[in-house]
Design a protein around this ligand. Structure first.
Ligand code: 13P
Ligand code: SF4
Length: 350
């Protein structure tokens, strides 16, 4: 458990972290990427952290890989690479720096460690989990294999290293349908997201897709009725859903795709009004680069993603904590499943 007060007291002995309007002004170019969603007062609060983190990154020879669900001051202020789960995994294989700070949840940091075992991979809060990763263990994968003998196991990257190690191949929301379609067997086991599996099953009707009963606590909250009500209330809004949403929600939407797929869709289409049926930071992060789009409607926060803050990132680089470790034997097996996904994705041009 994080002792926030101790962290704050210790950081204050080394860094001047008081709100600083002059520094905020000096960093106006960085602020320009988020000024529609971050107030000048908040930027004066963030600027000292952003400046300290940027300096420490150089001293530690570190890079920051950040998921699209990070808050704007992290996404635009300090990240070297931003992306969806697939893009971050691919970037982890290319990092030349000594240290990766993973701004995202634990399974993402573990994936980076699996792919770059010689690097130091830090996560600013070890408790940043994921309801999907918590829903299944390696025994669960074996149970599915017993239920469907001979069927390959395609496992979402939102899982622990042990679960990946017990699987044949991984997938993310941006390549799941293509990976399942490329399996030789007629029956394919997907773990652990029942909704992603059901959405894939619709896109790959020539396969019998069977699934584990996990779900994402952020995306399972939406219902098809919410979307219908919203269309009635706010006609002309483009509804865009992540495939971790239940299939009737995805069916109601105008587009469904991974977080980066959503960014590309909105950037290409530039709808007048858009409702992103996903985590709240998505709309915030692309608001400034798409001033012509009015992002409307409700969103849900991922409590795990929101555990990652500027303050904890600074602490992480200052103390080089917390290093993510994966048992080398488990990592070797998990790497096979993740690398198969990356290779097949690249072969299929996903
Ligand atoms: P993608 O960024 O791969 O679409 O995944 C979303 C997600 O929920 C990650 O936790
Ligand atoms: Fe997990 Fe859902 Fe949060 Fe993504 S949004 S980290 S799938 S709980």
């Amino acid at each position: 458990m994080f002792d926030l007060q101790t962290m704050r007291d210790q950081l204050a002995t080394t860094y001047d972290l008081a709100p600083n309007p002059d520094l905020a002004q000096d960093m106006a170019a960085t602020y320009a990427r988020m000024e529609r969603v971050v107030s000048p007062m908040d930027w004066a609060l963030h600027a000292p952290y952003v400046a300290a983190i940027q300096k420490l990154k150089k001293e530690r020879n570190a890079v920051i890989l950040a998921h699209n669900y990070m808050t704007p001051e992290i996404y635009h202020g300090i990240s070297d690479v931003v992306g969806d789960s697939l893009q971050l995994a691919i970037e982890a294989t290319r990092v030349e720096a000594d240290v990766i700070v993973q701004c995202g949840v634990h399974f993402m940091a573990e994936t980076s460690k699996i792919l770059s075992p010689d690097k130091t991979v830090l996560i600013p809060d070890m408790e940043a989990g994921c309801s999907l990763a918590e829903s299944i263990t390696a025994e669960g994968v074996e149970e599915m294999r017993r239920r469907y003998p001979g069927a390959p196991v395609v496992t979402y990257v939102n899982t622990t290293a042990e679960v990946k190690a017990a699987s044949d191949i991984c997938c993310t929301s941006s390549n799941a349908a293509q990976i399942v379609s490329a399996m030789e067997s007629d029956t394919v086991i997907m773990t652990p997201d029942q909704y992603l599996a059901q959405n894939v099953a619709k896109d790959v009707p020539h396969k019998k897709v069977v699934w584990w009963e996990g779900s994402c606590i952020v995306h399972e909250q939406y219902s098809a009725k919410d979307l219908r009500d919203f269309r009635e209330w706010n006609p002309g809004t483009r509804l865009i859903a992540h495939p971790e949403c239940p299939p009737d929600v995805v069916a109601e939407a105008d587009y469904s795709g991974s977080t980066s797929g959503i960014i590309k869709y909105v950037t290409d289409e530039k709808p007048e009004k858009a409702l992103l049926i996903t985590e709240c930071s998505m709309a915030s992060n692309i608001s400034d680069s798409l001033p012509e789009v009015d992002f409307v409607g409700p969103c849900n926060m991922c409590p795990y993603m929101k555990m990652i803050t500027l303050e904890k990132i600074l602490w992480s680089l200052h103390t080089m904590s917390e290093p993510v470790e994966v048992d080398p034997a488990v990592a070797d097996k998990a790497r096979v499943a993740v690398q198969r996904m990356i290779d097949l994705s690249q072969k299929l041009g996903v």
